[in-house]
Write a protein that binds this ligand. Structure first.
Ligand code: GLA
Length: 382
């Protein structure tokens, strides 16, 4: 049965469990001011801080490096907390070998073919870091930058404003882009992300968050038993380099049909060319709702073993569902356990991959005078 956070608190109160047992007074009274601590230092001596936030039964730790969600804890059906996002316990591993664990992604989430695009007649060559393509903004994307972090409390909300200025020409992208990302924990325990950006020259922008979810807890094993539902009748098939072909294919009758909840593992070994290309699921679903002014439902994830659920609502038209195919047992996670293929999944709200080269896809162009704004809300239950 699905309950919301308040039901958990009521049940906990009835059982004589105090708010402090469940993670501090933030549960009962709304958000407290985020707490800052030193997480580590970069090779050049730059300090990286960790910010701890708690509200409505959700506990979040965010790093100034990459805006990384280093830990996100929510209770199971018995009120037991686990960290449900993959990560590391030290800055060195994030710098040396993170596959974007928990990070903010920019200037362009997912791939741009051959790292090239033409805007207003000018050709641009980007940093290429995924075979011949650009992935997640190039070799030094927003996930590898130190963000300015400013905590806030507003009514019953608690959160962080993260600022980063990407200079003209950074990783090959035109225009100086001023980015502000707001992470909010609401009194219901929702984690909301609001992205905003402005530019001084025409450019392309596609920002997202790359949390690796395992609702049974990071390091607990495979997510193939998680049940997933995606509100999309179409997806964007790719070529062998994971660049969209431009087609918006129907999911009906394919392993990509998640319109009714099914386990991630159910069709993952079907001998399908698209699954061969992705080494599993690593595709963009074209959400039925399209671009919306307010976040609308996109996907629901449920772990039957713990009862934890995650609902994602977004203003974005696309959702990259990546089934952790490239995790290969070479990384040791936060809790000291090794991450293997399928030990987590990502649900990245976004515009479609390679949009700058795909005239039929919704545009990712941002011009001076315009403000880029998108929002995604994560709602937890158990
Ligand atoms: C995204 C991409 C994947 C992979 C991961 C990170 O989900 O679509 O192909 O690059 O990020 O490893």
């Amino acid at each position: 049965m699905e309950t919301n956070r308040r039901t958990v608190l009521t049940a906990a109160a009835a059982a004589g469990i105090t708010a402090a047992t469940l993670g501090g007074t933030a549960h009962a009274t709304g958000g407290r001011t985020p707490v800052k601590s030193l997480f580590g230092k970069l090779a050049d001596g730059t300090k990286v801080h960790s910010w701890s936030l708690a509200n409505g039964g959700t506990r979040l730790k965010v790093l100034s490096y990459g805006g990384i969600v280093q830990s996100l804890e929510v209770p199971d059906r018995h009120g037991r907390y686990k960290n449900v996002s993959l990560g590391f316990d030290n800055i060195e591993d994030y710098v040396a070998s993170s596959p974007y664990f928990g990070a903010l992604i920019g200037r362009y989430g997912n791939r741009i073919a051959k790292g090239r695009f033409t805007l207003d007649g000018t050709a641009h060559q980007l940093s290429v870091n995924d075979g011949e393509n650009t992935l997640h903004g190039g070799a030094q994307g927003f996930d590898k930058r130190v963000w300015d972090v400013e905590p806030f409390t507003k009514g019953s909300d608690v959160g962080l404003h993260l600022h980063y200025t990407s200079i003209d020409g950074e990783q090959g992208f035109p225009g100086t882009l001023r980015v502000k990302v707001t992470y909010t924990l609401t009194r219901q325990g929702d984690w909301r992300i609001d992205y905003a950006a402005t530019t001084d020259k025409a450019t392309v922008v596609n920002l997202t968050s790359h949390v690796y979810w395992n609702l049974a807890g990071e390091g607990s094993g495979s997510i193939y038993d998680h049940e997933l539902k995606i509100a999309a009748a179409r997806y964007t098939p790719v070529d062998s380099g994971l660049i969209p072909t431009g087609e918006l294919a129907r999911v009906a009758g394919t392993p990509f049909d998640f319109r009714r909840a099914k386990t991630v593992g159910e069709d993952i070994r079907v001998a399908d060319q698209q699954l061969l290309y992705g080494k599993g699921l690593d595709h963009n679903w074209a959400l039925d709702k399209g671009i919306t002014a307010k976040p609308e439902h996109a996907a629901t994830l449920r772990d039957p073993s713990s009862g934890r659920t995650l609902k994602i609502a977004t203003t974005e038209p696309g959702l990259q569902f990546y089934s952790g195919n490239f995790l290969d047992g070479t990384l040791v996670g936060t809790g000291g356990r090794i991450y293997r293929q399928g030990d987590a999944l990502c649900l990245e709200t976004q515009h479609f991959p390679d949009s700058p080269n795909q005239p039929s896809f919704p545009s990712t162009t941002l011009r001076p005078g315009q403000t880029y704004r998108t929002s995604t809300v994560h709602t937890f239950g158990s």
